[in-house]
Design a binder for this molecule. Structure first.
Ligand SMILES: [Zn+2]
Length: 186
C-alpha cells in the first residue's frame, strides 16, 4: 500500500502513519522499552491531535538553530554525482555576541575521490531555502502552540555543533549525569 502511494508521488495519509506508529509503540510496550523519541513528527495540529489519542507525550523539544546558520548549512550541501554521498562544505564560525556563545560547526567534507564529482541540488538556492524556512516556520508554529498550551514544549536554542550542543541538551533534559550513570551501571 505504501509503495503504491509513494510511487504515485502522493503523500502518505495521517491515518496510515498513525496506524503504523501505533503498532510500533504497542510492540515497544510489549517488550517493556522504557520510552521512545519521535523525530520530526507530528508536523501538523491534526497529527498532534490524533497522536494525543494514541499515546502520552511527555515532552516536545523544539531544536532551534540560528536561521543564518541553517541557511548557510543548506547552501553548503553537496551530493556526489557518482556514489550519491551527502556532504556539507559550509564551515560555520560565528562569533558570540552579548554574552551568548558563538557557533562553530565544521564542514562535513567528502573523501578525495568524490571531491571532483560534487553537485548542488537545483533547489538549494538562497531564495528557495529561505522560502522553505518561511513555510516551515509557518507550519510549525501552530504545532508549537499546541504543545506550549499543554506545558510540554521545551524551546532549545542550538548553541553550535554537536560537541557544544550535546551536554547542554542533556542538561536541559535533566540527564546531566546520564553518561556517568551508564558507566557506573556497566
Ligand atoms: Zn562519491
Amino acid at each position: 500500500m505504501l509503495s503504491e502511494i509513494v510511487n504515485q508521488g502522493k503523500l502518505v495519509s495521517d491515518e496510515i502513519i498513525i496506524s503504523l506508529l501505533s503498532v510500533r509503540l504497542a510492540a515497544g510496550e510489549a517488550k517493556r522499552e522504557p520510552g521512545f523519541i519521535l523525530d520530526g513528527f507530528p508536523r501538523t495540529i491534526k497529527q498532534a491531535e490524533i497522536l494525543e489519542g494514541v499515546t502520552d507525550i511527555d515532552l516536545v523539544v523544539n531544536l532551534k538553530p540560528k536561521e543564518e546558520v541553517l541557511l548557510e548549512k543548506c547552501l553548503g550541501r553537496r551530493i556526489c554525482s557518482q556514489c550519491g554521498g551527502n556532504f556539507n562544505v559550509a564551515s560555520i564560525n560565528m562569533k558570540g555576541e552579548n554574552g551568548c556563545p558563538g557557533t562553530v560547526m565544521p564542514p562535513f567534507l567528502p573523501p578525495a575521490h568524490c571531491m571532483s564529482k560534487l553537485i548542488i541540488r537545483s533547489d538549494d538556492t538562497e531564495a528557495v531555502v529561505k522560502e522553505r524556512l518561511r513555510i516551515y516556520n509557518e507550519m510549525s508554529q501552530p504545532v508549537e502552540e499546541f504543545y506550549r498550551s499543554r506545558g510540554k514544549l521545551l524551546e532549545f536554542d542550538l548553541p553550535g555543533g554537536i560537541p557544544e550542543t550535546w551536554p547542554k541538551l542533556l542538561h536541559a533534559l535533566n540527564l546531566d549525569d546520564y553518561e556517568e550513570k551508564q558507566s557506573a551501571a556497566a
